[in-house]
Design a protein around this ligand. Structure first.
Ligand code: F1X
Ligand code: MN
Length: 437
């Protein structure tokens, strides 16, 4: 008999990280968007036309109303259909709402529904509020923050790309062991890149200060699940003509650059036959990467002198000659966790099933992998996936509030005794593999 599942993390647990997120962090993020639209309405008018300037008022009205509903624990709302949006997911949202009502016999509310559902709902509603105004449909209220975070990280990016260039020129003359070290180094850089997200900070600046390569050794004991050795074995055991890697990216800015560096090294080391990057179709969790952010990042870095410009020019050619593909799927920005993907995102599930390895970046992907449930930390990773097994998968995330699974029996307690906030600050990381074998 199956054991009952743990409850979901939720804002109804007063004092919990989920509660504090709904109470404090989400209203701050929303207020920033409201203030931005109000302050920048004239410049938005010059960019998107007079109707956009007028539209800002309506959007501010809708968002202020949502903020009030959130803070007074009112119901979540149904979403309006968006027939002209190719990524319209209102049906999925409304179906989830109705299912919640049938299951719980009450409507979902901001502090009582699951944290995952509620937090995702906020971003869908921000997007809806903009989409309902024709002139502001394409406007991304977080674009400026994402771009600034990349610009602020430029010194760290220069150091990292310098390392990519030198690594790639020497790869062919390396021993297997040296190759392994190089590749795993870039997985670690990509891991710590995940500390730079703008949702945890409520939109406050977060960027990579200093050369992360210099801190890798010191940070290694903060990787609480480190399947790097298994990962290396797995990657090198894949048949040479079947190394189709899928990367589900997370935040734009330094993290995205660290991911592109990882892809570059994997490719140059002959560990890939195809590379597909999945991005988001709506502004999401402040800093998540949309296709426009990815293209902007590559173009921006291309205009940079030296190695940065040269490497970014290569990225640009990989994207245009199809060696790197960008994929978008609306399922990523629904409120569903991944155990529900085969049911509600069947097209994505079958696409992912063709991969040799799927790399999931970041905390939110980890929350969706594990259903955002209150799992004991020694739960097996595979059990927490609850049947989600399209292909072997790797989670690379710093712990910022979501569940943590796959630890040894006393490991959670031991880490807690050193640092009480260990699972919410992003100071601890995981490189966690599940090959289902
Ligand atoms: O997925 P990411 O970018 O690593 O993290 C997103 C995140 O900061 O947003 C939420 C806080 O609002 C947390 O779930 C999580 O830590
Ligand atoms: Mn993110």
């Amino acid at each position: 008999m199956d054991l009952p599942l743990p409850p979901p993390l939720s804002g109804n647990n007063v004092g919990s990280f989920a509660y504090l997120t709904v109470k404090d962090r989400l209203p701050v993020i929303l207020t920033r968007v409201i203030d931005y639209l109000h302050r920048e309405r004239t410049s938005l008018g010059s960019r998107y036309g007079m109707a956009a300037q007028e539209g800002c008022k309506e959007v501010v009205g809708r968002l202020s109303q949502m903020k009030n509903e959130m803070q007074t624990n009112k119901d979540l709302q149904l979403l309006q259909a968006q027939p002209t949006n190719p990524h319209d997911d209102s049906e999925l949202w409304n179906h989830q709402f109705e299912s919640y009502v049938s299951e719980h016999e009450v409507t979902p509310k901001w502090f009582t529904a699951s944290w995952l559902y509620v937090e995702c709902h906020m971003y869908a509603r921000i997007h809806e509020a903009l989409f309902l105004c024709n002139a502001l449909r394409e406007f991304d209220p977080f674009e400026e923050q994402k771009q600034k975070s990349l610009e602020d990280s430029l010194p760290a990016i220069e150091a990292l790309i310098e390392k990519v260039s030198t690594t790639c020129t020497t790869l062919s003359s390396q021993t297997q062991d040296q190759l392994k070290q190089h590749v795993l180094t870039f997985f670690e850089v990509s891991l710590w890149g995940n500390r730079c997200d703008l949702s945890l900070s409520g939109g406050d600046e977060r960027f990579q200060e200093g050369d992360v390569l210099l801190s890798l050794e010191k940070l290694r004991n903060k990787i609480i699940v480190n399947d790097s050795n298994m990962l290396w074995q797995f990657l090198t055991s894949l048949p040479e003509d079947q190394r189709d890697i899928v990367l589900v990216v997370d935040n734009a800015g330094f993290e995205l650059v660290s991911d592109l560096c990882l892809l570059t090294v994997l490719m140059e080391a002959g560990l890939t036959t195809s590379l597909t990057i999945h991005t988001k179709t709506r502004p999401w969790f402040v800093s998540d990467t949309m296709e426009t952010d990815l293209r902007w990042t590559v173009d921006k870095l291309r205009s940079h002198p030296g190695h940065v410009g040269q490497v970014a020019a290569k990225w640009s050619s990989y994207l245009s000659d199809g060696r790197w593909k960008i994929c978008n799927n609306k399922f990523w920005t629904t409120g569903h966790d991944f155990s529900e993907m085969s049911k509600f995102g069947g097209d994505l599930y079958s696409q992912l099933s063709k991969a040799s390895l799927i790399i999931f970046k970041g905390d939110l992907n980890y929350r969706k992998l594990t259903g955002d449930l209150e799992w004991p930390t020694d739960t097996k990773f595979e059990d927490a996936l609850q049947g989600f097994r399209p292909a072997p998968l790797l989670a690379v995330r710093t712990a910022k509030g979501g569940p943590v699974v796959g630890l040894l029996p006393d490991q959670g307690k031991d880490i807690y005794s050193v640092d009480k906030d260990w699972n919410t600050t992003g100071d601890y990381g995981m490189i966690q593999l599940c090959t289902f074998s």
